[in-house]
Design a protein around this ligand. Structure first.
Ligand code: SF4
Ligand code: SF4
Length: 122
């Protein structure tokens, strides 16, 4: 790695996952590794309800609402509004002027719902 490389992302620039350690193995499903310079930390601001995330979503979802539901553990509402249909493309987060980690919250919400369903089945 070059000196300036500060962040390693496993996968692509939109859907890749940031790795916090070099100890993560490269596996069959690893499509690529990005090494980026450390960006200035972008502070998350309040949603200004501009609607850009909604317009950009290829699945016609409301990312701002889904992220909020996921953040506050409102899994029933999140599921009702189609959180499980999210393909995690990252378009919403990329276009958000408030720099809200929409995909992070949506992923978290999806994981919670999937775990709850698994628990119910067991
Ligand atoms: S990450 Fe999910 S919610 Fe965001 S634009 Fe893509 S499909 Fe829509
Ligand atoms: S793009 Fe960001 S600021 Fe605009 S409505 Fe969506 S979450 Fe809110």
């Amino acid at each position: 790695l070059k000196d300036k490389a500060g962040i390693l992302v496993m996968g692509g620039p939109m859907m890749g996952l940031t790795q916090w350690t070099m100890a993560v193995p490269v596996v069959k499903g690893t499509s690529g590794i990005l090494a980026w310079e450390v960006p200035s930390i972008q502070k998350e601001h309040e949603c200004i309800r501009c609607g850009r995330c909604v317009v950009r979503c290829p699945m016609s979802l409301m990312p701002t609402l889904l992220a909020k539901y996921a953040k506050f553990d409102k899994t029933t509402e999140a599921e009702a509004y189609g959180i499980l249909d999210c393909v995690e493309c990252g378009c919403c987060q990329y276009s958000c002027p408030a720099k809200i980690s929409l995909v992070h919250w949506i992923r978290l919400g999806k994981n919670k719902i999937t775990s709850l369903k698994r628990e119910k089945r067991a």
